[in-house]
Design a protein around this ligand. Sequence first.
Ligand code: TXA
Ligand code: MG
Length: 353
Amino acid sequence: MTKTNVWRVKQAHDSQLREQLSEAASQLREGGIIAFPTETVYGLGADARSSAAVERIFTAKGRPSDNPLIVHIAGRKQLDELVLPYSELASSLMEQFWPGPLTIVLPVREDALSPLVTAGLSTVGIRIPDHRTALALLEIADCPIAAPSANRSGRPSPTLAEHVLEDLDGRIDGLVDDGATGVGLESTVIELAGEHGIRILRPGGITREALQEAAPHALVDSASVDEPESAPRSPGMKYTHYAPQGELELVQGHFEAVAAYIRDQVEAAKKRGEVTGVLAFEERLNRYDADHVYSLGSEAELGTAAHQLYAALRDFDGAGAQRIWAEGCTEHGIGAALMNRLAKAAGNRIIRV
Ligand code: TXA
Ligand code: MG
């Protein structure tokens, strides 16, 4: 067991923040592993140049070693030390979306980072987070910070400091608690295909539509979901993720049919004596009489749904739900990331009605 220090910085004024972060930053520089908030989810950080530190991340999370980590930097000045020269398109996307929830996969410079960070790939995913506390911590630590989401592998990503402690208390050196994160889903991960191609490896806070608008001449596509497991483009996407302990099914189709299907399933499960849960949009909440019904907010406000999704998935665990049904939604805008995470949480049990 490690003692996990907690630094609460939520109320800190800008002038106090740096002082409050100095201990966390020194621990990072000395090989510690520290969880910190970003605008997407909480990350578990370590000095990306130190294999000893990075190895501790994999151990604490129980993460497979073939799944590379995203590297976080405070500004573009740090970038050239880490990656090889990149295209105009990459530069333009950085200009438009950094700081922000966009991770760009670029060819890594030899010996710039621990090989554990890249899981032996010749590329590295990099982003500058759009979050006051994350940026201050990165600046003070003054080194590239590798940080996957700060959850035990396979669990929903943490959007509150409490979620980090649930999963990792006693396994990490510290946690910077700054309350709830923003987007609530992880960053969009892209790779560049030639001079004009953008391939979305993981949908997230920066939508396909936003990328297309930012790069009107680019060809934006998504990595095929049924590519061979042996050579995934974004290794993390092949694992079951974000899963609650109960068995979750994602139900897509016309809302009337979806509601009818879920109602029938809940009724049958209750007869079998199972604890049931439903994850639904506000518009249809009152149609369900499962043991636990959680709202994702209005279907017209998918940003709110993204913000709440992981906390809701964790709530089902707290409630002991054994069977859970989730309503599907449009895959437009942030809906694409939402459906991607729900499909993963469902272990791809997707019912079309
Ligand atoms: O929003 C986020 O991205 C959060 C916060 C903490 O920044 N981090 C995060 O990290 O979600 P993680 O490790 O949970 O997810 C990283 C994803 C994985 O799917 C991984 O396979 C992919 O990024 N990835 C990392 N490096 C890659 C690379 N070189 N090539 C392809 N995919 C890569
Ligand atoms: Mg993760």
